[in-house]
Design a protein around this ligand. Structure first.
Ligand code: KG4
Ligand code: ZN
Length: 349
């Protein structure tokens, strides 16, 4: 019988569970439930205490639902994989304690997964032939990292953001333009109707190394918003100007890393990888030099299928977590190799 792994993800504001079967090592996603908490919308950002309470209410119904959708029972499980961090501690605690309780009551193995590594495994769910080496751009609400992945489990950090994460910049600029949080998808739609020639914003660090910076770009948009005499008229053009600048930087650095390391594949992961303009421009820029791999939006934003996928890989190597598994707000990804000259700044989920 195929192995069956339950994935659980509660690091931020999504309560998610997934059942992943492994058929001769090939991933078959049997069910995936993602419940997004919209209680945070009115606050313009995630309120940690509210997130934890919402997870407490929803974790059991969400897990029951993935079993019902897949027609499976907890007894059928081979193992359980749960996000251990990074993320909001109170939110992570709910998933970790739930997973521990279930694993130990069923007598099944448990594995704690690093959220970033989960994101990296998302495209493998749809393309089981996806193999290292590749360059990965991990762009999300809390992280922006450019990685060289010579093998699964080995992650060489090439650059990361010095200030805001890419998704955070989309969200903050979206708020300036009057969009609801999280604003990335709405901002992309708005930018699609904007005039690219009206606002030209700075491209921070464009030619300078592989690190990113988005706070100056965000401030430049803020100034333009304040200077606007008719925001209704300018809104889409501002969105377009911002998106073009942010994407040019992401594309340029990813392409440069791919070319300079001679990789033939670039993988986009994390919530911002849902942005179609990002993938299209990276494909145009890399041409025949390298293929660009992106998972479906549902697998790029936070979800438990990617946690089950990373869990499957680690479990197959014989790794297990014991009862001492604890959530962490921040820790480097296992297998992360830092460049000698880089001080690793703290980033959240
Ligand atoms: O990976 P994710 O679900 O959560 C974190 O781990 O942070 O990413 C969420 C982020 C949000 O900042 C959201 O605005 C952004 O991904 N996002 C997008 C798009 N869809 C989601 N950013 C740009 N364009 C999009 N289409
Ligand atoms: Zn994430």
């Amino acid at each position: 019988m195929a192995d069956l792994i339950l994935g659980i993800e509660t690091s931020c504001d999504e309560t998610s569970a997934a059942l992943l079967a492994l058929d001769g090592g090939r991933p078959v996603l049997r069910s995936l439930v993602i419940l997004s908490q919209d209680v945070h919308r009115v606050f313009g950002g995630v309120v940690p205490e509210l997130a934890s309470r919402a997870h407490v209410r929803t974790i059991d119904p969400v897990v029951s639902r993935v079993f019902a959708e897949a027609g499976s029972r907890p007894e059928d499980l081979t193992a359980i994989a749960v996000t251990a961090g990074p993320g909001l501690i109170g939110a992570l605690l709910v998933g970790v304690m739930y997973a521990k309780g279930l694993a130990f009551s069923l007598g099944k193995p448990l594995i704690g997964i690093h959220h970033h590594e989960g994101h990296l495994f998302a495209p493998w769910l749809e393309d089981p032939t996806l193999e290292a080496p590749f360059i990965a751009l991990l762009v999300s609400g809390g992280h922006t990292m450019l990685l060289d992945v010579p093998a699964w489990g080995e992650y060489h950090l090439l650059g990361q953001t010095l200030d805001d994460a890419a998704g955070e910049a989309f969200d903050k600029v979206g708020t300036l333009l009057g969009l609801d949080y999280p604003a990335g998808a709405a901002l992309e739609r708005l930018a699609g109707t904007g005039n690219p020639a009206r606002f030209r914003f700075p491209r921070p660090l464009l030619k300078d190394g592989l690190a990113f910076s988005f706070s100056g770009l965000k401030t430049a948009v803020l100034r333009a918003v304040r200077a606007s005499t008719d925001l209704d008229r300018d809104r889409a053009d501002l969105a377009r100007g911002f998106q073009d600048a942010a994407i040019e930087v992401l594309v340029e650095k990813t392409a440069r890393a791919t070319e300079s390391l001679g990789r033939r594949r670039a993988v986009l992961v994390g919530g911002v990888a849902c942005n179609r303009t990002l993938a299209t421009r990276l494909r145009d820029r890399l041409g025949s030099h390298a293929e660009v791999v992106v998972a479906s939006p549902r697998l790029n934003t936070d979800n438990a299928a990617m946690i089950a996928a990373a869990g499957a890989w680690r479990l197959a190597r014989g790794e297990r977590s014991g009862p001492e598994l604890e959530p962490f707000d921040w820790q480097p990804m296992p297998g992360l190799v830092l460049p000698a000259d880089l001080h690793l700044a703290k980033t959240s989920s």
